[in-house]
Structure formats: C-alpha cells, structure tokens
Design a protein around this ligand. Structure first.
Ligand code: FAD
Length: 418
C-alpha cells in the first residue's frame, strides 16, 4: 500500500519548528543578491551551499522533487507552505534561480534517468550550482537563432562559439547550453541542448562589469570543447522542444514550485528604500503631487505581489494557459521601472549626485534608477513577453518572419552585403 502523504498543515507546522530551530535571520545579500567584493561573494556562495546541505539533511530540500532523486516527493502546495514559513529567515538564495528553475526543472523533465540520478541529488545537497547558457553576442531575444555550434565526432560533440550575459558563471559549476547541431534545416529544427561542466579546458570565462560595479555577468568562449553524447539533454535537433519548456521555467523563475525562497518579505527586509522616507527626506511629504506618486508606488507593489501569487497558483495547479507567466513578466518589469522612476522623482537632486562616502538610501535610489531597465531585460525582455501574450494567450497572428522555412545556413545574419 502506498504511504499516505503528509497534509500541508502538518508539514507547515513541522517546517516552522525546523526553520526556527535551524535557520538564522535573513542576510542583506539574500535580498540584494550582491556583495561588494569577490571575497564576500564567494563567502556568500559557500554559506548558500552549506545552507542547501542543511535543508537536505533536515529533509526539506527539493520539496517537489521525486524521492528517488533526493527530494521530498511532495506537492507545490507543500513548497508554498515551506516558503511562507521561511519569510524572514536566511536561505540558499543563490540556488533559487537559475539552479532550481529553470535548470533543475528542465533536467527533471528532459533528463534521462541516468542524468537525473547523476545531477539532481548533487543539486539538492548544495554541491552543484547551475547556470543557463542561452544568450549570444549576436542577440538574446532570438534564442532559436543560436550560432554556437556542436558537431558530432564519434560518441562526442565538439562545441565552438560564445554565450554572454551568463549570470554567476565565474563561480558556478555546471550549465545547460543550447547549441546548433544542424544548419540544413529551419532554425527551430536544428538545435540541441547539452549539460556542460563550466570549468574545463576550452572554456574561457570573462566577467563583464556593469554600470553599478557588479561583475556577475560573464561571457564564455568555447574552443573545441568535447561533450560526451551522454550529456545531451533531449533528442538530437529537438532542442527547441526542451528550449520552450526551459524558457517557460525561466519566466516563472522565483514563482516556480521547485524553488525554495521566502514568500512575503517584510518592508525592513526589502532592498527598496521606503518612498515615504525618501519624500520626508526631500521635504515633500505634504506635497499632493508627491503623495500621488507614493500612492502609485504602493499600488504597483501590491498589484505585482497579488498578480504573482495568482499566476503562481494557476501554474502550481496546472490550471490556465502555460504562457500566463508572460503577463506576470510584463507587469513585473514595467512596474519595477515605474517604481524606480517614482523613487527617483521623489528624491530629487540628492539621488542624482551623491558623495562616495554617503552610503544611504538616496544613493540606492540613484543607482536603482540607472539600472532600472534590467527589470525589463533579464530573463528575456518584456517586448518578447508582449509577443508571447499577443500570440499565445490572446491568439493574435504571429509576427512576420523571413526565416521560418529556410535552412538556417541560408538565413541572412548581420547586415546585408551588396
Ligand atoms: C540581469 C541579467 C541577467 C541575465 N542573465 C542571463 C543568463 O544567466 N543567461 C543568459 O543566457 N542570458 C542572460 N541575460 C541576457 C538576457 O536574456 C538578454 O539580454 C535578453 O534576452 C535580450 O537579449 P539581448 O540583450 O541580446 O537583446 P536583443 O535580442 O539584441 O534585443 C534588443 C532589443 O530589441 C527587442 N526585440 C528583439 N526582438 C524583438 C521582437 N521580435 N519583437 C519585439 N522586440 C524585439 C528586445 O526586446 C530588446 O529591447 C541576462 C540579462 C540581464 C539584464
């Protein structure tokens, strides 16, 4: 007889007790995901690996992953209950995205039994941090236009090309990579996905410094990298089938049932400065125009949170169109840009010019404003999500494309030559 599943409420109580006994308070880098120096970042990574191991030893790692791969074999509702209990506590934040979603989710759906047995227990024990290698220097939106190529050589494949904007590749362990394996068919039909150890001969990783001084983004150059065919994920040339699910899991991101992450940050734990505090500091708290902006800022925050919750619940229950996550993506991105802009407007001149020594909220407002477009780019742009909503949620006609029935090698790439 099959073992009866623990009720969500019993599980919640057990989780609450364990979390209170074993996990400390949330750390600043859990929220900002950013450390000032590489040494601090590597310490945070080591701490996250140890925390993930702690969850594993405590019987709370991989709540929705099958037991045979080290998970708990429970439901998305159990995972949500755990995440709600986790609010305010430290957690292995660097494992959430992209290790658990999309990488582990894709492994679970498309990995062979051997691949799952080889990799999933290691991820759940905190031994493997994964990244996603999708975007290329030629463009990240047209993912199916990948030109990083894998050529068959006996039982192996030989990989050449470059991927870019890969977050955290400099310290991560493994990646999943989309590569072209057939140039004689239309672009979506000639791709395959592979599992790749990141630190090996032939893989050169360069870091990219962003405007705010972070250098978590990387570019990788692959020169004759040998990949055994046993590390292919899914069928040869059917990488787009894997890719579409991969991007679905990427869009869900932190809302995925595979992710361990606190739900419901308290205000003092948010890395966004309080807009009321900003308006007070700039002497505008009684200004009716400023009050309207504060109201708009708060309303956008509430709607973002509620919309995420509704879409996550629909995804967890299997109800609703699988592309609904694109609506969340568009709203989250545009609302975040607007909220950064409002905070900047409220702060006035002090957010435009600041003293290097002055480590205060207005400096964060200025930097958030400069970095605001990241919210509409990372994880696929909001423009592309609008296309998904139009075509796959609303059923509108597909946008015209000149490369659909053409062998990929004959598709024009780059400017037309006369
Ligand atoms: C914080 C951050 C983290 C990231 N992490 C990763 C990562 O870990 N791994 C990874 O592979 N990538 C990552 N990326 C890259 C990201 O996925 C790409 O930047 C994104 O997909 C856009 O690609 P692109 O920058 O090449 O722009 P392009 O594809 O060149 O697009 C340029 C502009 O044209 C618009 N556009 C393009 N095609 C269309 C169309 N058909 N319809 C309407 N508008 C269109 C785009 O929306 C964009 O505004 C990250 C990016 C950021 C900002």
């Amino acid at each position: 007889m099959s073992e009866e599943m623990e009720s969500v409420e019993d599980f919640r109580l057990r989780a609450r007790e364990w979390i209170n006994a074993n996990l400390g308070p949330m750390q600043p880098w859990d929220i900002s995901q950013h450390c000032d120096t590489d040494e601090e970042e590597l310490r945070a990574v080591a701490r996250d690996r140890a925390l993930q191991r702690k969850l594993y030893d405590g019987g709370f790692a991989g709540i929705c992953f099958p037991k045979e791969y080290g998970g708990q074999g429970l439901t998305p509702e159990h995972n949500r209950a755990f995440n709600e209990e986790l609010a305010g506590h430290e957690y292995p934040s660097r494992f959430s995205v992209p290790t658990f979603s999309p990488c582990a989710a894709v492994l679970l759906e498309y990995g062979s039994p051997e691949q799952k047995a080889r990799h999933l227990p290691g991820i759940l024990k905190g031994e493997g941090v994964w990244v996603q290698l999708l975007s290329e220097p030629g463009g990240g939106s047209d993912v199916a236009g990948a030109t990083t190529a894998a050529v068959r050589d006996g039982d192996d494949w030989i990989l050449n090309g470059s991927k870019v904007w890969t977050s955290r590749a400099w310290w991560a362990d493994w990646g999943i990579i989309l590569a072209r394996t057939n140039w004689d068919v239309p672009k979506h039909q000639g791709l395959s996905v592979f599992i790749l150890p990141l630190h090996q001969p032939g893989v050169e990783i360069q870091r990219i410094e962003r405007l705010n001084g972070e250098s978590e983004a990387c570019q990788e150059f692959f020169t004759d990298v040998r990949i055994p065919d046993s590390d292919r994920l899914g069928e040869i040339d059917a990488g787009w089938t894997v890719g579409t699910r991969w991007m679905y899991h990427e869009r869900i991101g932190h809302n995925s049932p595979y992710v361990t992450r606190p739900i419901g940050l308290k205000r003092e734990q948010s890395h966004e400065p309080s807009v009321i505090g900003i308006a007070r500091k700039s002497g505008r708290l009684d200004d009716p125009a400023a009050r309207e902006l504060i109201g708009e800022h708060c309303a956008l925050g509430i709607i973002t949170h509620e919309l995420q919750g509704r879409i996550a619940a629909a995804a967890a229950s299997g109800r609703g169109n699988k592309d609904l996550s694109s609506i969340d993506r568009v709203f989250r991105g545009t609302a975040s840009v607007r909220r950064s802009t409002i905070a900047f407007e409220l702060a006035g001149a002090s957010a435009s010019v600041w003293d290097e020594e002055e480590e205060d909220a207005t400096q964060a407002v200025g930097m958030n404003f400069l970095m605001r477009q990241v919210a509409c780019i990372g994880g696929g742009t909001t423009e592309i999500s609008r296309n998904v909503v139009a075509e796959r949620v609303l059923g509108m006609p597909r946008e015209p494309s000149g490369d659909r029935n053409v062998a990929f090698r004959d598709v024009q790439r780059g400017p037309k030559r006369s």
